[in-house]
Ligand binder design. Sequence first.
Ligand code: ADP
Length: 814
Amino acid sequence: MSHTDPDVGRRAPTVPMAEVLRSQARLRALVESDAVFVWTTDADGRVDDMPGWRRLTGQTRDEVRGDGWLAAIHPDDRPATLLAWDTARQRRGTYRTEYRLRLADGTYRWYQARGVPLPGTDGAIYEWAGTLHDVHARRQVEAERDALVQGLERQRAEAEAHLLAASELAAQLQGQAAEAEHQMAEMQAMAEELEATNQQLAAAHAAAEAALEDEARLVETLHRIGVSLTSETELSRIVQAATDEATTLTGAQFGAFFYNVLNDAGESYMLYTLSGVPREAFEGFPMPRNTAVFSPTFHGEGVVRSGDILKDPRYGHTAPYHGMPRGHLPVRSYLAVPVVGHTGEVLGGLFFGHAEPDMFTERAERLAVGIAGWASVSIENARLHDAERRARAAAERAAERGQRLLEVAGRMARALSPAQVAEVAVEHGMRAIGADAGAMALLDPAGAEFTMMGTRGYPEPSASRFYRFPVTLGAPMSDAVLHKRPVLVRDTAEWRERFPRTADAAAETGYEGYATVPIVADGRALGALGFSFRAGQTFDPGVDVFLETLAGHCASALERARLYEAERDARDEAEQANRAKSQFLASMSHELRTPLNAIGGYVELIELGLRGPTTPQQMTDLDRIKRAQQHLLGLINDVLNFARLEAGKIAFNLADVPLSEVLDEVEALIEPQAADRGILYGRGEGGAGVRVRADREKLEQVLLNLLSNAVKFTGPGGQVRMDSAQVGGQVRIRVRDTGCGIPPEKLDAVFEPFVQVDPDLTRTRQGTGLGLAISRELARAMGGDLTVESTLDEGSTFTVHLPAADPGAEAAPA
Ligand code: ADP
């Protein structure tokens, strides 16, 4: 910037000094020049004529006369001229003025008028005379000079002002310059700063963009991992995938995921998965414990990221290792992220290690946290899935076990011995709970010793070793019967812990899991069921209930088997006795018949007079002997018949028999007896044309027995009727009387051998009490039956049921 103002130069005085001098000289010459003309007036100053005036102005004489000449003066100069003239006249002094006069050609020119009053000798003025001088040139010069002076003055003032302004400006400029310089410097600095800021901004922008891009990539990566993790429902695969991804993305040398899982019984335990190192690298170490380093992770408190864990204040405080156990992979850079479920439950923790310090960036941490988040969602998903699967499996198992129990109940109902009960219980129990071996042991009555009733799947010599063992041996079964509740043993380790005395023997079987349940009846342990599993077990809660129910079925089945066996023994005994009785009766009757027949034969010999003449008295005695003999013989024949019948020694000759023929036959025998006793006998029409499948003789024997009973137990004036009918494939023959009847409580007993309702009464009417027993046996042996209905004092009705003859066989030749 310049320090000089161009305006100052322009305004500086420019009138040359030579011109000024020239103008003054000209003025002097002009003043000394001659007048243009001389003028005169009257005493009062009135003009009569001014020829010189007229020549100059072109006014006429008339126009000049009086004050007319004034008209030729420039209007601007007229007042001054008039004033000067009037003043001169009043004062009678000199008159002097200058004015511009309009010349004849119309132009104006400066003139000086001078006048003096010319006094007469009396002192009175008689005329005025004066001159008119051309002062135009002077006036011009003067004007020029004035203009010049004015211009100079103005210029000077201007210059002064300019100078002042300039100096002010200069000062100002000086200040401004300094200011400007300062500003320049500032601006420079600012520019530099701006430049730097720009660069920073550009860098920041680039960084922001890079960060954004990075963020997008991170989000994208996490999203990809999230999608792959959440699509997985298998827990082990989720944790492995999460560990692998996180280990790769964080740049860790190795990563581990320690996570809590629930077993079927709902208990929590810890598993882990590794990435970047083989499993052996960690196998020798215990699970991470709640040390100061691990605690924030396992309590879900937050991320632990350490550039050098060895220098971390939390490191190395906990016994026994005070840091990493010997042989642990070297870890300097350490990153641990808790995996927390949506309720705040800590599902596990992701751990990353690197042998070099400061390997894990903030970005690595964010990635790990992101993956931990997805892992949490996925694990919870998997848990839900698992819970659902478990619930479904449990429901299915329960249903299957229910089904199995139904089957067991059915099969056990048919089990007639403890061995059969054992077989059913072991087989179904094994299938229901998926066991690989099973056994049922019973306690001796003293409750001191087990004996195996049935075993399955146990190898020798284990099976033999445990064939019989004392309750005091200290096996799970002992515990079960002593405490009367199921005992579940997960694996051989637990067995060793709880039942150390039998642990070796148990291990020898080669099985891991074991479940046993006591068989309890009326509060008393009868024995126990035991099941073995090849694999370690977690036992779902339904197992207990199932085993107890199964054992309950066993208890009732054993009880039933016991009763059955007792009853069978009793029956065997009774049958044995019965057989002996029948044997005895058969032989006895046979032995009795021979002498009785002999008695009969000799009586006949005497009666026929072959031994000489007999007296009437003797004849009467003989008749009594004979009747007694026949009665005894009949009795013995009955007994013999019954004994043979019971022993199954009677042959039946079944044929299609015309019923009416049979009825005619027995009627012929019974009618005289009825008539003798004053009883009215009648027969219905129903049996015509009916054929019955029977042994004719035996049927006649049955009917004869029923008819003779009816006559025997009906008093004179009573009635006996025989009816028959075919109903479907059945033929019914009914013998009805109006006799004494049978009391209701004896209705069943009359069919038992040797039973007589009223022995006294019967004695008078004779009988053995075998008739009905034999008759029913016969009817049953022919595929029919014999039944009774009776009302005491009103009468009885006995009905023989027999199959009708086969209608197809009817046409066939007999
Ligand atoms: P028994 O007639 O030889 O005594 P049964 O076996 O024929 O032997 O009859 C058994 C018992 O049944 C008879 O003693 C009698 O008490 C009773 N009983 C049988 N038939 C009749 C009947 N029709 N009315 C009343 N009681 C009868």
